[in-house]
Write a protein that binds this ligand. Structure first.
Ligand SMILES: [Zn+2]
Length: 236
């Protein structure tokens, strides 16, 4: 059971001869972390893995936005919307491995029209941009309100039941190319067959821990290879 918020433990089953990870036995925190990757905006991913190490062309697109002069952009556009997009805070607290690596997920702010609020009348407009104009009184919607996330069972530790994406009652199997499924005898046999492993002497088990560095490496490797766990944990 992983109780720490900063590292997650994994058991790797490795084929001795080729030094390739066959699969990892993982608990809820690692699967939550992997699923959480899907909720990251592209801009955040490119920022996290660094523009230069992106394969394909998205890194160039990111760089172009970074470099283009404000002269060419709409006057009310803040480049951060694209380069440093806000991550939905609703789920992210339980998958903290990337948050600690500078995920820009800060508390979301909302703004309301103070003018309409002062004069009552039941007109309520809110915006996420303090430069927005109130449709009722034409003043700026600039009164600041703070976003409050709904209360979850245990928002500070990755416990077995509360928060995140998957349930903590079972263990999961994560293959080298990040196929995730509940761990069972049948899934194990299927994967061992895929690797053509008939002799248990040809495999070994290794315990590893995943912290912020490894979390970033997993994200980076997932964009570049189908041997993610081997790349990150066996340095291939
Ligand atoms: Zn107003």
């Amino acid at each position: 059971m992983a109780t720490s918020v900063s590292t997650v433990s994994l058991k790797l089953l490795i084929e001795k001869k080729t030094q390739k990870v066959i699969f990892a036995e993982a608990e809820k925190p690692f699967v939550d972390f992997l699923f959480h990757l899907m909720s990251l905006p592209l801009g955040t991913i490119i920022k996290l893995v660094s523009q230069s190490s992106m394969v394909g062309s998205l890194g160039n697109l990111y760089g172009s936005i970074k470099n283009i002069s404000q002269t060419y952009l709409q006057p009310n556009l803040n480049k951060d919307v694209l380069l440093n997009p806000k991550v939905a805070t609703h789920y992210s607290f339980n998958a903290p491995l990337l948050l600690a690596a500078g995920d820009p997920s800060e508390a979301k702010k909302f703004y309301f029209c103070t003018n309409c609020l002062n004069y009552g009348g039941g007109r309520r407009s809110i915006s996420d941009d303090p430069k927005a104009i109130c449709p009722h009184c034409k003043s700026k919607i600039s009164g600041e309100a703070s976003y409050v996330a709904p209360v979850k069972a245990d928002s500070t530790s990755m416990d077995e039941s509360g928060g995140g994406f998957v349930k903590g009652v079972v263990t999961y199997m994560v293959t080298d190319d990040l196929k995730v499924m509940p761990h069972s005898t049948i899934s194990t046999i299927t994967v061992l067959n895929d690797f053509n492993i008939k002799d248990f002497g040809s495999v070994e088990v290794k315990d590893v821990r995943l912290g912020v560095d490894e979390g970033l490496k997993v994200l980076k490797a997932a964009l570049q290879t189908d041997s993610v766990l081997t790349t990150v944990f066996l340095g291939k």
